[in-house]
Design a protein around this ligand. Structure first.
Ligand SMILES: [Zn+2]
Length: 231
């Protein structure tokens, strides 16, 4: 069932090694069919070299495997909580891409130092705290999702389609799996540039608010004018 969804999710997963976002089998992409209430996700620990569309695992919003020969990614409960918390998203990505993960390990959000960042993400990319021992023991992956949802209680998850989890790594999302991968690649580039930027000038300050606003709002919202206007 949902063969088209599985094919799209397979293709989105294959973009992770293509863009050098993953090492070995790390990383996973999912995409949801909101009408069916089912998402497709990469199976756990299967090499990208041998991965096939039919290997994608279908999971419902209670976390039950609906179809699939393999176990779903171990991060599945995090994806599930994000789909529940962010009703407008259609795809989720998790990687340990090195630059974004370096910021996560350092426990720092990524300030907006320039327009590459501002084009895609409005303001600082937050770094969520570590889970407590109790939260880890009670359900590490599920509580990771709940913590991200909590982090965005007072933020716009569409304006900032990504988060860093402290001592762990990034999660990104988008309207579908492909957009979530796109955002993961942008986040990695932004994380790399921000780190170099601080290296070149340790006193660097975030970009002025007006330039952040200009770049974000020319691509997003009611008055956007960037691109070919085919939206
Ligand atoms: Zn991870």
């Amino acid at each position: 069932m949902l063969e088209e969804l599985k094919k799209r999710v397979y293709e989105a997963n294959m973009l992770l090694p293509k863009y050098k976002m993953v090492t070995f089998t790390w990383g996973n992409v999912s995409e949801i069919d909101r009408e069916a209430g089912i998402f497709a996700i990469k199976p756990s620990g299967v090499d990208y070299d041998i991965l096939k569309p039919e290997d994608m695992v279908l999971v419902d919003l209670e976390g039950n495997v609906v179809e699939g020969e393999y176990n779903p990614s171990s991060d599945t409960p995090t994806h599930l909580e994000l789909y529940k918390a962010f009703p407008k998203i259609g795809g989720v990505v998790h990687t340990h891409s090195p630059w974004a993960t370096s910021w996560a390990q350092a426990g720092r959000g990524i300030p907006c130092y320039g327009t590459t960042h501002a084009d895609y993400m409005y303001g600082e990319i937050p770094c969520a705290r570590c889970l407590t021992k109790e939260e880890i023991d009670a359900g590490y992956e599920k509580n990771t999702g709940l913590l991200i949802a909590e982090e965005f209680k007072n933020r716009d998850y569409e304006a900032v389609p990504c988060v860093l989890c402290k001592n762990h790594g990034p999660f990104t999302w988008g309207k579908d799996g492909h957009e979530a991968v796109h955002n993961a690649v942008v986040l990695e580039e932004v994380a790399k540039m921000a780190a170099r930027c601080e290296m070149i000038n340790p006193q660097v300050q975030p970009a002025p608010q007006e330039i952040q606003d200009k770049h974000y709002y020319r691509k997003h919202g009611a008055n956007a004018y960037y691109g070919q206007g085919k939206k």
